[in-house]
Design a protein around this ligand. Sequence first.
Ligand code: DCP
Ligand code: MG
Ligand code: MG
Length: 545
Amino acid sequence: MENSDDNNDEDETEWKTSFTDFTVGPNPTSPHRVILHFDLDCFYAQVEMIRNPALRNVPLGIQQKYIVVTCNYVAREQGVTKLMSVVDAQEKCPQLVLVKGEDLTHYRDMSYKVTELLMSYCHLVERLGFDENYVDVTEMVEKRLTHCSSFEGHVYNRSGVETNTGDHWRLAVGSHIAAELRTVICSTLGLTGCAGVATNKLLAKLVSGTFKPNQQTTLLPQDVDHIMGHLGSLRRLPGVGHQTSKRLQALGLVTVQDLQLFPLADLVKEFGAHTGQRLKNLSLGVDDSPVVPTGAPQSLSDEDSFKKISTTREVVEKTQDLLTILVERMQKDGRQPHTFRLTLRRYSADNKWFSRESRQCPIPNHIGQKVVSGSTDATAHLVTMAMKLFNKMVDGSAAFHLTLLNVCFTNLPPARGTVASGKGAITSFFTLGSSPRNSPIPSQTNVPAHSHPISLTLILTPHLFKSIQTLFIKRNSLNCLLLFKTIGTLGTVGPYCLIQAQKILRRKASLVCTERRLNVRILHNKDMDNNKTHQKLISLTRVLN
Ligand code: DCP
Ligand code: MG
Ligand code: MG
């Protein structure tokens, strides 16, 4: 649905890497890359089924306004589809159970957990929307000593007996890694999903949904022409949105094949050299873009769409509602925002979706501090700022018709919990971003000052990583205290060990170890008050931070 889609886009497209030390992936033009694409099954519906298992075996739709944004596979068998109107869905399936899905908190939380889990296996993970991740496993593949003789899951356009891996052993190993990661996601978080395995991001995404749900597909290089030739509409190409496809249509291009055959020179004339070439490449299945590890978001926003707002009072009310929630999220994030942006969309019969206008202004330091400290009057100050921006765009004394409002904090400093480079740390965001609101993580509200969550980040040298990696393998059990003792002496802890530890600690701590960093965040836990462990952790954090 428009509302949630916009929400996703807004935050997610701004998830860019802001640090350099993680970006050195394999050469993106190498034909030997192995890229995985993961897409969770009926994502919002799965989250609701985890929250309420009674919904598992009934046809379930997730409703936003008057649209069923997604539905579980039981409902799909009965003819309900994604983005169907509620009326049509109920007509198709009168037993359909509808759950409201306008509050994205649970979906966002679960989404970060998936990315975080993948990151604990491989540092090259890039988020795409709420339920998709790319993982560049080229190096992991090279490190595995065994050349697989068969593929895990399906191989696109090849059926029946085992496909001989031949020259494609890397993709075969990739398919095994994809299967393992899907298993980990399922056993740790209870979520199923599909995966695509290919030599670039575009192809991995295109192939991943070939068999649904809960399956995976590998694309061999010799089948690239087949998959590209069978896509049909240009809109199937990731990166070709509404506007671009309209411009392509004006050139007489409707299908991917049309674009393949269209002269590059004419594309360049219309779109410029860079975009022209990019479009041509996309149509041919060529994509050199690297998997860019996801950093902390550079902005946080919230928005709502509606049929009509046409009075200043309504604008104030809506802005206030949005800001109340956004300020809460910003406070949990812990960073002080320095810029505030207001975006609106006026009603326009001919260009319904894309006519957004924005204005932004700096946030005075004392107001920024109120946001972070959770001061109750932060929202009031921000509403005043928002209305000043609003008046720059709209003449409130004349008639107006708005269909969307978006509030956004940008210009955020690097994520908290980082050391050394001071650039954004991935994991501190994820754990900080986990909202206690309705989340299984113990609530952080009403936490006494002395027992706030603790987080720390350690930069691991390759040598240190290697030595802890060898040591951890020997261990198969450990407890909380031992874990932190070992972190303290930096001797005997590694990624798998950490995952085990996380299981033992359940929801009390979040741990992520990559080859470069170890992030630990200990959430508040009742048992920790007056507990020696807690005191030890605090002193340890002081030493290590
Ligand atoms: N979503 C939304 N509005 C849209 C598209 C998606 O709110 N216009 C939300 C609901 C979905 C989630 O994003 O659960 C992920 O989108 P997908 O397209 O991946 O759909 P699902 O994961 O629900 O189903 P599938 O099993 O087909 O991937
Ligand atoms: Mg999905
Ligand atoms: Mg998806």
